[in-house]
Design a protein. Structure first.
Length: 329
């Protein structure tokens, strides 16, 4: 691969049992490296990493990143934080602590080890954007006291910490602003729009679209997103980011619901519910920087990505009800 992957590395992935973390762990192992997967299993699940335990280069450690961690690694990928509204609003104080205290602890570890560190930031730092599509130099339009602020402002503060550690300690950092990502290993009950629509359609339940369904999102398949993260970690130290990683193809919620119903062969009907507080009206990344600096852009169409995602949820829902929810213990 690139400069960071010329020899075997021991890579710490926080949130490694989560949706994105487990896919990243899989890819890092496939490159021949070691993975230390750290997760407190608040939203991550053992099911996501069960298939990795047979790999001798994989190690799992149950740990909460709001507490210091003393390990020896060559790289840190900080993905730890609840990322769906249902989960990050369940305990908003803990969500903020995970973003802020977690960043401080992981940055402190990276400083001691003098190793590169990546922050998995989010498109939520742009809030309900007044600029469309969103470039990295847009500062955002965020409600700092709303019900989503624990996540939005927590991630914004984490970015601040990363760049202050860069300026003050010359730390090798990367900041990826991740837009809506979907694929196998999402949770059935996480409240995200793709998983919500698929699960409702497969169960033959009404598919709930909030508002009139005109609000838009851009959906990136997980394999494309992980490739972007790997390329960012390979980049030279001066490419700190922030850099948008997401799919610039934009769809309305109504279009997504209709597509899911079509691909699942469901007889579900679309129903409309009230818009959640501070729900962004539109979201689409400007990925010019990723294209130019990383040679990266998504290659998976929405239909191509929905197909394996629907198959995953079909298999999951065929299991006993006790296994459908997250297995966190």
């Amino acid at each position: 691969m690139g400069r960071l992957y010329e020899s075997r590395k021991r890579v710490l992935i926080t949130g490694g049992a989560g949706f994105l973390g487990s896919h990243l762990a899989e890819r890092v192992l496939a490159l021949g490296h070691e993975v230390l997967c750290v997760d407190n299993l608040f939203t991550g699940t053992k099911r996501n990493i069960d298939h990795l335990h047979a790999e001798p280069r994989f190690e799992f450690l149950r740990h909460d990143v709001t507490f210091p961690l003393y390990v020896e690694v060559d790289e840190i990928d900080n993905l730890a934080c609840p990322a769906s509204p249902i989960h990050y609003q369940f305990d908003p104080v803990q969500t903020t602590k995970t973003s802020v205290h977690g960043a401080i602890n992981m940055l402190g570890l990276a400083k001691r080890l003098r190793c590169p560190i990546l922050q998995a930031s989010t498109s939520e730092v742009y809030g309900d954007p007044a600029v469309h599509p969103q470039p990295e130099d847009y500062w955002g339009h965020v409600n700092p006291i709303g019900p989503r602020a624990c996540y939005d402002e927590g991630k914004r503060c984490a970015e601040t910490l990363f760049f202050d550690y860069r300026r003050q300690h010359n730390l090798s950092i990367r900041v990826a602003r991740i837009f809506n990502t979907y694929g196998p290993r999402m949770q059935a009950d996480d409240g995200r729009v793709v998983s919500n629509f698929i699960v409702q359609a497969l169960r033959g339940e009404p598919v709930t679209v909030f508002g009139e369904g005109r609000q838009t999102r851009s959906f990136c398949y997980v394999d494309d997103l992980i490739e972007g993260i790997l390329r960012l970690m390979e980049a030279d130290d001066d490419l700190t980011g922030p850099i948008n990683l997401g799919n610039p193809c934009e769809f309305s919620m109504l279009e997504l619901a209709e597509k899911v119903i079509e691909m699942t062969g469901s007889r579900s009907k679309i129903v409309h519910g009230p818009l959640p507080t501070d729900d962004p009206r539109q979201r689409r990344p400007d990925i010019s920087r990723a294209r130019g600096a990383l040679g990266w852009e998504p290659t998976t169409s929405l239909a191509e990505g929905l197909d394996p995602t629907i198959r995953y949820f079909r298999e999951l829902l065929d299991q006993p009800a006790s296994l459908v929810g997250a297995q966190r213990t």
